[in-house]
Ligand binder design. Structure first.
Ligand code: PLP
Length: 215
């Protein structure tokens, strides 16, 4: 799989985004050695996780509602898009029930469109000041995630990825200086992953380039 090698050469990891694709397609990609897969719907993820090999690392990459955390808490590998204190607290609670620690990323809004979820830098730093997030013993914040604007304007996309990396570096200095596990920048999709890799992505989330166009 040349794509995976390209990504590994840049020092990043590939999350194969399998949302909407049937299990057989996932099994094909699994047979090539891919172990990290991403989904954005709770029910679809829960069903696939039950049917597919146990050594898959399942990433939840979409907007997650607090009341659905319990369905994926027993097995999810990484939750990419935490964008509220309420959600972070709920993940901690459900992780504790399952006697495990769940890794998460904080989602930043870097795109121009206001439909995208995520924190502004202001909001996030306010939450970290105000709330006792360090008391959440069963959730581990391992980095940040963001989605660039959907546009052909490479200058803009690059600037947005740079912005995300700067948020990451700032957090690393201010709140996670002693946390070696705080090291992930999840950015880059089929259309923009080369730019994301160039700007320091550690994890790209790629669907259609691997599986073909979704219907
Ligand atoms: C669907 C999705 C992707 C993958 O998109 P492609 O363009 O198919 O590579 C990446 N990240 C998120 C959050 C997604 O929802």
């Amino acid at each position: 799989m040349a794509l995976r090698e390209e990504i590994a050469a840049a020092g990043a990891r590939l999350v194969a985004v399998s949302k909407t694709y049937p299990q057989e397609r996932i099994e094909e990609v699994y047979a090539l050695g891919q172990r990290d897969f991403g989904e954005n719907r709770v029910q679809e993820l829960a069903e696939k996780a039950e049917q597919l090999p146990q050594d898959i690392n399942w990433h939840f990459i979409g907007h997650l509602q607090s009341n659905k955390v319990k369905y994926i808490a027993p097995f999810v590998h990484l939750i990419h898009a935490v964008d509220s204190w309420k959600l972070l607290r709920e993940i901690d609670k459900r992780a504790r029930t399952n006697e495990r620690t769940i890794d998460v990323l904080l989602q930043f809004k870097i795109a121009e469109e206001d439909t995208k979820h995520g924190y502004s830098a202001e909001e996030l730093f306010t939450v970290l000041e105000r709330e006792d997030w360090q008391a959440l013993a069963n959730v581990r914040i391992v980095g940040v995630m963001g989605m660039a604007t959907y546009t052909d304007d490479h200058v803009q996309v690059r600037r947005e990825f740079q912005q995300l990396r700067q948020y990451f570096e700032r957090l690393q200095r201010t709140h996670f200086a002693h946390e070696a596990s705080f090291r992930e920048i999840s950015m880059g999709m089929s259309g923009d992953y080369p730019l994301a890799l160039a700007e320091g992505s550690t994890m790209v989330r790629i669907g259609s380039k691997i599986f073909g166009e979704r219907k």
